[in-house]
Design a protein around this ligand. Structure first.
Ligand SMILES: *Cc1c(COP(=O)(O)O)cnc(C)c1O
Ligand SMILES: [Zn+2]
Length: 428
């Protein structure tokens, strides 16, 4: 035993956070009262219980330095709470997805210029790979032993895959009524998919209890949520860079917890502050499904408080009845001159088909919601049809096939003969 006198006790060694573990992040700052606390697995302000957000001391940064980076979110690593050597740790390398000029969709809706930011091509086919990559880095640097989440579906897919690649134990929790493809898309990566009889909000509450009980568990959207949330900023950075280092006039973004929308706005503000884009006004619009529209309801009522709802919609990835960042979504949409809109499940299905048939992009119900809200914002005169607009497609249609399976199919089923084909009326 005398040989170990110079060694530190194991508990101290495992808790030690290395120098530069969180890059240029300085602290976690309260969004409500500004109190700053040490970087670590905390998410609520010790003074007022407000949400904590990563604060930075950013270095000077040029467009060229960013452009010289890899074709994934790590090209923006200087603006994220990750170490400088982040690329050396196995991760799913998400991001730098395509920004497509959607001229057919624009023509169909009577818009001058529309772009689709297509995040369905991320490693597990949703934008959640971005946030999970940042959460994984934090989990690693904080020496977490289990990588976990409560999820509406896509997050579980991303956590399970990223954990597998990182060689970390994963446990993911979902509502038991989730679409089959989203369950399978998690279960292939992990043996620990837990289906909970309840809504997402019930699953989230359970995760908070487990996080408080279990040592060493990193719940990506609970106790490491500040780090997780920063990953969504990369959507904003990419949109600006791919437009040739400028901001669009209008952006339409789906809202579940509201985190993504607030972070796209934060990203635009950071780019302006760093001098990477020119300052200009832009409007941010939120999109919800009517069957789970607590933020849109508050927006339309002109109130600041959000009343939680029990979700009932096919847009399950957006089905958060008590959105953590809902009040900040309201602030941002109002301040920028945007709005929050909602659409029925039938309009969601129409939105999926509209994007598929105009642009060849098969989106999931969340994207159907966003495209349908885009259409409704045009029809109700809330969106400027002459201004340049970006819509974010956050997920992939193959995960929610049932939403449109009854609306599309073979135009005819025929025997293999020319006459039978001719009889269908499809020959030219
Ligand atoms: C999670 C999710 C969203 C919304 O994310 P929030 O940041 O919670 O608002 C949007 N689209 C898809 C496909 C998602 O999985
Ligand atoms: Zn506070």
């Amino acid at each position: 035993m005398s040989a170990s006198v110079t060694e530190r006790p194991a508990s101290t060694a495992t808790n030690e956070v290395r120098e530069g573990a969180f890059g240029h992040a300085r602290s976690l700052a309260c969004r409500e009262c500004g109190t700053e606390v040490e970087l670590g697995p905390s998410y609520a302000c010790p003074e007022c219980f407000g949400p904590l957000e990563v604060a930075y001391d950013f270095p000077a940064l040029t467009r060229e330095e960013i452009e010289a980076g890899p074709p994934n979110i790590w090209r923006y690593k200087a603006l994220l709470p990750v170490p400088a050597d982040i690329e050396q740790s196995p991760n799913t390398e998400p991001g730098f997805t395509r920004l497509l000029k959607a001229d057919n969709l624009a023509r169909e809706l009577g818009l001058a210029s529309v772009w689709v930011k297509d995040d369905s091509t991320n490693p597990t086919n949703s934008f959640k790979d971005r946030v999970v990559a940042c959460a994984l880095s934090a989990a690693r640097e904080l020496h977490a032993t289990v990588f976990a989440c409560p999820s509406t579906g896509n997050l579980a897919n991303a956590v399970a895959a990223a954990g597998a690649r990182a060689g970390m134990k994963t446990v993911v929790f979902i509502p038991s009524n989730l679409e089959k493809p989203k369950q399978v898309n998690s279960a292939v990566y992990t043996e620990s998919l837990v289906a909970v009889d309840g809504t997402y909000d019930d699953v989230n509450k359970l995760a908070q209890e487990i996080a408080a009980e279990e040592e060493g568990w990193a719940f990506v959207n609970v106790n490491v949520r500040p780090f997780y949330a920063e990953g969504s900023k990369t959507l904003g950075y990419e949109i600006a860079e791919q437009l040739g280092w400028r901001l669009p006039d209008q952006v339409v973004i789906p809202v579940a917890s509201g985190s993504q929308l607030t972070k796209v706005h934060k990203a635009f503000q950071e780019l302006i502050k760093l001098g990477l884009v020119e300052e200009k006004p832009y409007r941010i619009f939120g999109a919800q499904a009517t069957g789970c529209s607590p933020v849109s309801t508050a927006y339309k009522a002109g109130v600041d408080a959000i009343r939680p709802v029990k979700p009932d919609t096919i847009a399950k990835s957006l089905a958060i009845g008590n959105p953590a960042d809902g009040i900040y979504v309201l602030d941002i949409c109002r301040e920028t001159g945007g709005a929050v809109e909602d659409v029925t499940d039938d309009e969601v299905r129409d939105g999926i088909l509209l994007l598929a048939r105009t642009e060849g992009i098969f989106t999931e119900t969340a994207g159907g919601t966003t495209v349908a809200c885009l259409r409704k914002l045009v029809e109700t005169g809330q969106l400027d049809v002459e201004a340049e607009t970006v819509v974010i497609n956050t997920g992939m249609g193959l995960k929610t096939l049932d939403a449109v399976a009854d609306r599309v199919g073979p135009a005819a089923t025929i025997p293999p003969s020319y006459d039978a084909f001719a009889a269908t009326g499809l020959s030219s």
